[in-house]
Ligand binder design. Structure first.
Ligand code: FES
Length: 387
């Protein structure tokens, strides 16, 4: 190739001749200290979205006989200096070791984000019949215990660009935890929307945060709380279930619904809301739940490939692959536990599985990826974890 030197003058030639000395001079004059690997922007990103956080239980509040609130502060000795900020409605995934198992469970943060600046979060846990982690928390955990938790995560939060300024939250049982966080954020001026909470429970005794909700209703003009009891007919409460009349009283031309509670409630409320023909974006659920009927309860072999290792365990057809791995102490990545976040997404190498409808994306289905938290075995199977 011929070099085209047209247009270069003597000054340019002089520059090229001296370029080597020039470079050496720059190297000699430069600082001998190590090149920076961390910048302000990275530090800020890490503090807002840490991979994990070490926390200590600094207080435990008994909400009712089956529910406790755990106050979590950063565990400075283990390297967490401050807690990551969150959006009201988000959850953290908590890691616990019980017997031979390693478990992760998502728990909604149940306080205002403002509490991060006071140095703590709260999570509120209701006992689940047969629930390893909820029973462990309610029976064993004490002040001073330390845990590893994820960064705040999840999409069940108010987003002014998407959601209407009038919000109706339809809540069942412990589903109140993300909603009280939203209500506290409104009271603290961190969210600007009107919030009506239709809170259903079996009895007055089963309501969580009754005192706090009454206080919010009284002191904040943007918040209105109505209680609906299904097994107790009592003055000051609605009796039965959330119905169209209750919704109509709070409805405006643009209204977003936030629905949070057990599966049976989702199904009932979904049918009720169909009448309003709302755009999809105006109906928010805290998690995707689908029913799956598994008639048998056979035992299969589950082979888990984790990098170089191969572990064989048993898995029943009525338990999820993730649940079998947790019980056997296999550290499988997970967050939401309901097939939504994709954090546990793994490759199905062989075998047949059942998956809750609507969980997998088409590309995952075609390429044989599954979400072990929402997948049940139908034969011996082999999966590869995402390491
Ligand atoms: S843990 Fe979220 S999809 Fe499985």
């Amino acid at each position: 190739m011929e070099l085209n030197l047209k247009g270069l003058g003597p000054k340019d030639m002089e520059y090229f001749e001296n370029i080597e000395q020039e470079r050496e001079k720059i190297i000699k004059d430069s600082s001998s200290s190590a090149i920076k690997t961390q910048y302000g922007a990275n530090e800020l990103a890490n503090s807002l979205h840490p991979k994990e956080q070490f926390v200590k239980v600094v207080d435990i509040i008994e909400e009712n006989e089956d529910t406790k609130t755990f106050v979590l502060a950063p565990d400075i000795e283990k390297g967490t200096k401050k807690l990551a900020y969150f959006r009201p409605g988000q959850y953290v995934s908590v890691e616990v070791k019980v017997d031979d198992g390693i478990y992760h469970r998502p728990y909604n943060i149940s306080c205002s984000p403002k509490k991060v600046f006071d140095g703590f979060y709260t999570i509120t846990i209701k006992r689940k019949k047969g629930g390893v982690v909820s029973n462990y928390f309610l029976n064993e955990v004490k002040v001073g215990d330390s845990f590893l938790i994820s960064a705040p995560t999840g999409n069940f939060y108010y987003e002014p660009l998407r959601d209407a300024t009038n919000v109706i939250a339809i809540v069942g049982g412990s589903g109140i935890t993300p909603i009280i966080s939203m209500a506290e954020a409104i009271k603290d001026g961190l969210l600007t929307c009107k919030l009506t909470i239709l809170y259903g429970a079996k009895t007055e005794q089963n309501l969580i945060f009754k005192k706090e909700l009454d206080e919010l209703d009284k002191k904040c003009s943007l918040i209105d709380v109505k209680y609906i009891l299904s097994e107790e007919d009592k003055e000051g409460y609605y009796y039965g279930y959330v119905n169209k009349d209750m919704i109509d009283q709070a409805l405006e031309s643009e209204t977003s619904f936030f629905v949070c509670g057990p599966l049976s409630m989702y199904e009932y409320i979904s049918d009720l809301l169909k009448e309003y023909q709302l755009p999809n974006k105006y109906i928010r659920h805290d998690a995707f739940f689908g029913r799956i009927d598994i008639p048998d309860n056979d035992l299969y072999e589950l082979t888990v490939l984790t990098g170089e290792q191969e572990v064989k365990i048993s898995c029943r057809s009525r338990e999820t692959l993730l649940s079998a791995m947790e019980k056997n102490g296999i550290l499988a990545p997970s967050r939401c536990h309901v097939g939504e976040c994709g954090f546990c997404r793994s490759k199905l190498k062989s075998g047949m599985v059942r998956t809750i409808d609507g969980i997998l994306r088409k590309a995952d289905e075609e390429n044989e990826y599954i979400h072990p938290c929402a997948t049940f075995p139908e034969s011996d199977i082999i999966i590869e974890l995402p390491y």
